[in-house]
Design a protein around this ligand. Structure first.
Ligand SMILES: [Zn+2]
Length: 137
């Protein structure tokens, strides 16, 4: 009996990180338990990713609803937005209107009207105008 083991069969299990000798070249895991555990982890991560996506969508939708509750051009205290549940970490993108940054949430957004006083100016876009820095309403 030879003690020589071809290098291709000497593997490290990606789950438990133990070195093992595979019986077949297409073996990835050291054991059935490791294979099942790893596949379950993949499934859980996929679910988590989906949940994170839904949570992000919900947050953006809520932000939009809050901004849409104001008139275009209305000056609002940022604390008032926050008290309504506005999450300033999330926006769909950022643009500029006449050199002033505008934080956009779908078809609405806000600009900083007065940084020291934490005042925001509500901007409502019309669909065609979102991409060319114009706004009316
Ligand atoms: Zn293993």
């Amino acid at each position: 009996m030879s003690l020589f083991i071809p290098a291709d069969y000497a593997m490290v299990c990606p789950n438990c990180e133990e070195a093992f000798i595979a019986k077949h070249l297409n073996t990835r895991y050291c054991s059935k338990a490791c294979k099942i555990w790893a596949n379950n982890l993949k499934a859980r991560q996929a679910v988590k990713k989906q949940q994170n996506f839904h949570a992000l969508n919900d947050t953006l939708a809520k932000n939009r609803t809050i901004l849409r509750g104001y008139r275009h051009g209305q000056i609002v205290h940022q604390d008032a937005l926050q008290q309504q549940g506005y999450d300033f970490r999330y926006m769909t993108y950022q643009t500029e209107i006449e050199g002033v940054p505008c934080f956009v949430c779908y078809d609405t957004g806000y600009q900083i009207a007065d940084k020291a006083k934490k005042m925001a100016k509500i901007i409502h876009f019309k669909n065609a105008e979102i991409d060319n820095d114009k706004f009316t309403n």
